[in-house]
Design a protein around this ligand. Structure first.
Ligand SMILES: O=P(O)(O)O[C@@H]1[C@@H](OP(=O)(O)O)[C@H](OP(=O)(O)O)[C@H](O)[C@H](OP(=O)(O)O)[C@H]1OP(=O)(O)O
Ligand SMILES: Nc1ncnc2c1ncn2[C@@H]1O[C@H](COP(=O)(O)OP(=O)(O)O)[C@@H](O)[C@H]1O
Length: 310
């Protein structure tokens, strides 16, 4: 049974009779092949990528699995249409927190039409793409069963400046947004999600190593999708992941580093590293104050016993 994805945070959506992706319950994500060469470019990228024996296994895991194309009933009622059949990256996750970060200070590719370049340039200048080398395209952050998700409106996300981006990246790993979304984010999950061994920061650094050497592809207008299981975050089972999505504008790299993507990626890494460093500093203070031991908060009784013993 095909349905509109529950956790899509950006891009074209299949609701209200529009054309957009669909998912099934076997873990597949069906993205309609877009017009103007975009669909063909994306299929060509997946075919090239998965047949390229030079791509190391630890890099393949950053990309959705690809199962070819299939003609299925389109979401807009236009009848059977070709779709890319991809791995549904968030399948099996109950209430994931998800963020889409479009990488690159430039989202247009050199061969694009003047009209398309102007459209992209406008969006790049009016967002943080030009100033930071990336922009947040959409996000949702799970809070709890009562409050559900905190998901700012599209126009709010598009208006983020550097401070807005910093704050959104902190909110993405916070648990206190349902009380007051404007309150100082508590960054409760920063260490498990961003800083933990194998967490978001470590995965981004692994991806960066590949972008420092790969010259096969230039990824224009491509996004990092980062997500984790909020409900399991306090048990250390957040299973945070970094993936890449949207290859409708991937071009041949002609033996040249993709500096547009690499620069944006480094910039995202810097923002996240700052949050991790700040969190580590706070954790050290808590240990020094005797509030934490082995990474866990002590109970009030333990703190009282420590106090009596001192
Ligand atoms: O149609 P729009 O103006 O919403 O633009 C789409 C973008 O939406 P946004 O910039 O968020 O408003 C959309 O951006 P997001 O994925 O939402 O970040 C894509 O850039 C899309 O282009 P393509 O499908 O990758 O070729 C863009 O689609 P095209 O304009 O290229 O069809
Ligand atoms: N393979 C996937 N699995 C799960 N969600 C996905 C997948 N690919 C994309 N998405 C979701 O759809 C959104 C838009 O995807 P994208 O490929 O950028 O579409 P568009 O070309 O319409 O912009 C992403 O932000 C993400 O939330």
């Amino acid at each position: 049974m095909l349905k509109v994805p529950d956790h899509q945070v950006a891009g074209h959506r299949a609701d209200r009779g529009k054309l957009g992706p669909l998912v099934d319950d076997s873990g597949r994500f069906y993205k309609p092949l877009q017009s103007d060469q975009r669909g063909d470019t994306e299929v060509a990228f997946y075919e090239s990528f998965y047949s390229n024996t030079e791509i190391p296994g630890h890099i393949r895991k950053f990309f959705p699995g690809f199962h070819g194309t299939q003609i299925i009933e389109a979401s807009d009622g236009s009848g059977p249409q070709p779709h890319l059949v991809l791995e549904d990256l968030v399948a099996g996750r109950m209430n994931p927190s998800v963020m889409d970060i479009k990488i690159g200070s430039r989202t247009w590719y050199p061969e694009a039409s003047e009209q398309y370049i102007q459209k992209c340039l406008g969006k790049d200048r009016n967002s943080t793409s030009v100033s930071l080398g990336f922009r947040i395209s959409g996000l949702k952050v799970y809070q709890n069963s009562e409050a559900g998700f905190w998901q700012p409106e599209k126009k709010v996300v598009y208006s983020f400046n550097a401070d807005g981006v910093r704050s959104a990246l902190r909110k993405f790993v916070s648990s206190n947004l349902s009380l007051d979304p404007d309150a100082d984010p508590d960054c409760l999950y920063a260490s498990t999600v961003y800083g933990h061994r194998g967490g978001i920061l470590a995965q981004l650094l692994q991806l960066k190593e590949w972008f420092e050497v790969q010259t096969n592809y230039h990824f224009y207008s491509c996004s990092l999708l980062i997500f984790y299981d909020t409900e399991s975050a306090l048990d250390g089972l957040a299973d945070p992941k970094v993936k890449l999505v949207d290859f409708a504008h991937v071009m041949d790299g002609h033996g040249v580093i993709d500096h547009n993507f690499l620069g944006g990626l480094c910039s995202v890494i810097k923002f996240i590293r700052d949050i991790v460093d700040e969190d580590n500093k706070c954790a050290k203070c808590e240990v020094n104050l005797g509030l934490k031991e082995n990474g866990f908060y002590k109970s009030n009784t333990e703190i009282e016993l420590d106090y009596e013993a001192s």
